[in-house]
Ligand binder design. Structure first.
Ligand code: SAH
Length: 196
């Protein structure tokens, strides 16, 4: 791959938690992502009542959009603060419960039931815990994964997808030798080899 000096860089979970702690979250898009609006039809493909997965969800407002359209949304995020801000900022009541299969993990679920956010590492999830999905919105997720964990991440995502699911992926194109990120640069050739 041509990701140059980025390939050995690692951002730890602790560093992500600190970013949330310091409100150093320039990646958060208050107004939602224009590319989801643009490609919504591709994601939904005429289907309704889908299960949509948000890996590394942060407090992405797109989760609210899709839930309001009648889909059911599942997200995963290491920062509990992020998830609590999500529910607070949308005035959504929620309840919290442990996840028996994952020690230390919590599930925060909207009282209406259609938004379930797991507070744990994505690498702790499996389809036996969260089921499979009809659609994935991957923005700030694959590109935030440490380069050494990409294959693990993608293999896991594939196991979480239903047969006819659609996967919208946002990456950022730039010269990785000039900028260290964030997010990480993921060349198109690597996306092809990762997803096959
Ligand atoms: N997708 C969101 C957030 C992108 S930033 C958006 O579009 O706004 C990446 C997020 O992933 C951060 O909030 C970080 O706390 C979270 N994160 C990093 N590593 C993770 C992991 N292994 N499992 C779950 N969440 C993780």
């Amino acid at each position: 791959s041509d990701i140059g000096s980025q390939k050995d860089r690692v951002v730890t979970e602790e560093e992500w938690l600190q970013r949330w702690e310091m409100s150093n979250i320039g990646f958060h898009k208050e107004q939602g992502h224009p590319l989801l609006r643009k490609y919504l039809d591709v994601l939904l493909n005429g289907r309704s009542g889908l299960r949509i997965f948000f890996p590394l969800c942060g407090k992405a407002v797109e989760m609210k959009w899709l839930a309001d359209m009648g889909h059911s949304v599942v997200g995963v995020e290491v920062s509990e603060q992020a998830l609590k801000q999500f529910f607070a900022q949308h005035s959504l009541p929620y309840c919290e419960e442990p996840v028996p299969e994952i020690s230390g993990a919590k599930k925060l679920q909207s009282t209406s039931g259609n938004i379930s956010l797991y507070c744990c590492s994505i690498y702790d999830l499996s389809s036996s815990i969260v089921g499979k999905f009809d659609g994935v919105w991957d923005r700030g997720a694959l590109v935030a994964v440490n380069p050494c964990d990409r294959q693990h991440y993608v293999s896991l995502m594939i196991t979480l997808m239903e047969k006819n699911s659609s996967y919208l992926l946002v990456t950022v194109s730039y010269d990785p030798n000039k900028h260290k990120g964030p997010p990480f640069y993921v060349p198109e050739s690597e996306i092809k080899s990762l997803f096959g």
